[in-house]
Design a protein around this ligand. Sequence first.
Ligand SMILES: *[C@@H]1O[C@H](CO)[C@@H](O)[C@H](O)[C@H]1NC(C)=O
Length: 227
Amino acid sequence: MRSIAIVRILVIVITLLSTWYFAERMFSSKWETRSLRDLFAENGVKEKKEKPKIHTKCGNEKECPENYFAFKLISGAANVVGPSMCLEDKIIMSSVQNNIGRGLNFALVNATTLQVLKTGHFDMYSGEINEVKKFLEPIKEGTLILIASFDDPATKLDDQTREILSSYGSSVAKNLGFRDSWVFVGGKGLKNKSPFEQHLKNDKENNKYDGWPEVLEMSGCIPKKMD
Ligand SMILES: *[C@@H]1O[C@H](CO)[C@@H](O)[C@H](O)[C@H]1NC(C)=O
């Protein structure tokens, strides 16, 4: 009787021990798989975070913060290569779009929705300045005005039109001259001068091309208008 009891206890003890042994192996292997999976998951997240750096809107150097939009304006090169405008990664004016021309190139954009309201180009060497005034007259507050020059942006500019362009925040419009390079982003109803403006005087001594200054390229982030 006694030996049977001892055998029973031994069987119980061995069963307990082996259960514990296998249980522990199973759990520890489970933990291992888990932590390995976590490791993979972490790597996956890291890879995803790094991806957007490769492409930025309009090919700009930096991504814009939330509630800002990316833009890039390039003026015409001499009288050869037309200007281009990019807004939030979309080309809105270019030779390929077939909506640019010699003189002044305008894009009117809703500053809240970024919808392009209208584009237009006006020959400022032999065109009609009244066409520019007609184009600008209906502009409402809350409209962004993007401008890029091509060849000659100024010969036909009169004081009244220079005044209108200045009221959009331009510091240059009053002195813009024959064959100057100019890029500008302003707005109807701006109280201050726009920080988004570049200008190069046509100047024989310093011109990059024979009769024209260097191309201007301006990019950055503009705060969206919020109501
Ligand atoms: C811009 O779009 C908003 C929403 O459609 C509209 O309420 C506003 O009048 C527009 N502004 C301009 C200047 O077009």
